[in-house]
Design a protein around this ligand. Sequence first.
Ligand SMILES: Cc1cc2nc3c(=O)[nH]c(=O)nc-3n(C[C@H](O)[C@H](O)[C@H](O)COP(=O)(O)OP(=O)(O)OC[C@H]3O[C@@H](n4cnc5c(N)ncnc54)[C@H](O)[C@@H]3O)c2cc1C
Length: 227
Amino acid sequence: MVQNFNAILKSKTQLTETIFEFKYSVPENFTFIPGEFVSIKVGGNVRRSYTILEVQDGLMTLIIDVCPGGAGSLYFQNLKVNDESSILGPLGLFRCQETNFDKVFIATGTGIVPFVPMIKDLKQKGFGMANNCITVYFGARFFKDDIAYKYLKNLDKEDFIQYITCLTREESNEREYKKGRVSQIVPSEDHDWLNTEFYLCGNREMIEEMQMILRGKGAEKIYFEKY
Ligand SMILES: Cc1cc2nc3c(=O)[nH]c(=O)nc-3n(C[C@H](O)[C@H](O)[C@H](O)COP(=O)(O)OP(=O)(O)OC[C@H]3O[C@@H](n4cnc5c(N)ncnc54)[C@H](O)[C@@H]3O)c2cc1C
């Protein structure tokens, strides 16, 4: 059920140069379906949308990049612990399909956020038992920008989940990664393109480019959320 409430910010943690993790206290009955977002007042009647990473023990976690520099970025850059925000949600129709098809998740930046609860949910529901698998491609410039690893590293230990970091500018070999953009790496990988679901989330350009590439490979089951 969509709710309209004021929430207190309980913690703000810096993850990268421009990306922060925010934890808000939310009403006890506040729940969400993986893929849903909240709309937050960032000044006057201006609102911005932010995908829900997690709701646990009365706290809702959001991951926000302040790099774009508009009203939303400024609001979250300045927001302090114990400040209050006006929140509307959960909203949205971006969903993980309840099927047994292999699933490929492709994200850049905070586009990884909807995929974290989706993958946790799939795992809880026994996905992987039917010999099906999940592949995550996360695109960034350097290891230090890889926010996805923080939230998915434990899940990666599951046999049916493969996590591939695609880095464009990294030179070190701190852990395994593939060099290049997701749009270069994904099409060179081996997938059953027709019988796999592809989920895309991130900036508009990446999604439009990836959609064209995937369709060119024969993929038909493509689901996306443009930020
Ligand atoms: C359904 C949905 C869910 C979203 N979830 C998240 C989330 O979980 N975390 C998050 O950080 N953002 C998320 N966004 C994006 C967010 O709503 C804002 O658009 C973003 O924070 C920028 O707002 P702004 O007011 O700072 O910049 P704006 O005033 O909106 O834009 C400022 C400038 O930056 C450009 N720009 C806007 N967004 C981006 C971007 N992502 N990358 C590069 N350039 C950009 C604009 O074209 C413009 O030139 C989501 C968007 C949607 C639609």
